[in-house]
Design a protein around this ligand. Structure first.
Ligand SMILES: Nc1ncnc2c1ncn2[C@@H]1O[C@H](COP(=O)(O)OP(=O)(O)OP(=O)(O)O)[C@@H](O)[C@H]1O
Length: 263
């Protein structure tokens, strides 16, 4: 059995429709995965299963060696770092950036009543520094720009020293500078041997940071391909995934894709 994630024939059915359809996928320790797919393909649904927030309608899911359905999910969730747009809405706007990261240590989104340990504070400050947020620690979370919020959220997701880090569209909504800054930081994380196993959902190959090792492409709830980036991230697979002819270019460790001209 895979250490980090093992899905076997997992489907999630809502209103008679399979949002993800018989997905089998495994992640071994240290792998860094990118999930690519068009709008509505099932990427977020898949991430919700991987983060134990959604149970499969059928099939089996084991996360960090624990089978969903026979494990206390609250204990399991403490071992998983999750940064998603849905979380942004849950974090109080009036909390400072430092408090926003610190509350993760106690599995809370709000409430500032705990006596935080000095070691927790030191860790939160170090993570904020790593994400380029050390100049913002006393700012109210609600006053941050989109990019600053995303970087804070990633620092927050690392606070519990997770074994698995899940990032749902971390670069969505960022301008070119913000995206490139984030890709550099994610690249440093992905190439850090002590960083957790990672999964990043994205719509754009341009957002794939150096150090990511594997790709899963999903279309209409089904896995199109899953394996090493070097062999699976091809123009053919990408074209099938997004449903139009695309060219794909690799320059060094970065990728770019373009549609072919019409006619
Ligand atoms: N609770 C639900 N009931 C019915 N349909 C749902 C439910 N949740 C999601 N869906 C549908 O399931 C499909 C997959 O949604 P999901 O959010 O996983 O896609 P996605 O690949 O993350 O899309 P996007 O790139 O647009 O964020 C979509 O068509 C969505 O409308």
């Amino acid at each position: 059995m895979s250490d980090v994630l093992e899905l076997v024939d997992v489907s999630v059915v809502r209103e008679g429709r399979a949002l993800i359809d018989q997905i089998s996928w495994s992640i071994a320790d240290g792998e860094r995965w990118v999930i690519l797919g068009p709008n509505g393909a099932g990427k977020t649904t898949l991430l919700q299963v991987a983060s134990s927030y959604l149970f499969p309608t059928s099939g089996t899911a084991a996360i960090l060696g624990e089978k969903l359905g026979s494990v206390d999910v609250f204990e399991l969730r403490a071992r998983i770092g999750l940064a998603s747009a849905a979380m942004l809405d849950k974090l109080p706007a009036e909390q400072t950036v430092l408090q926003t990261v610190l509350t993760a240590a106690y599995g809370m989104t709000a409430s500032w009543r705990e006596q935080y340990e000095t070691t927790d504070e030191a860790r939160a400050l170090a993570l904020l520094d790593r994400l380029g947020m050390s100049g913002y620690t006393t700012r109210k979370f609600g006053t941050l720009s989109e990019g600053e919020r995303k970087r804070t959220l990633i620092a927050r997701s690392l606070m519990t020293d997770p074994e698995l880090l899940l990032l749902d569209e971390p670069a969505a909504g960022l301008d070119l500078g913000g995206r490139e800054d984030l890709v550099r930081r994610l690249g440093a994380l992905a190439q850090d041997a002590y960083a957790p196993s990672m999964v990043m959902v994205t719509h754009h190959v341009e957002e794939i940071a150096p150090g990511f090792t594997h790709v899963l492409m999903i279309r209409r709830g089904k896995v199109l391909t899953a394996g090493p980036i070097d062999t699976e991230l091809t123009a053919r697979n990408l074209s099938l995934c997004f449903g139009l002819p695309l060219t794909l270019e690799r320059r060094g460790d970065r990728w770019s894709a373009q549609g072919l001209p019409m006619g």
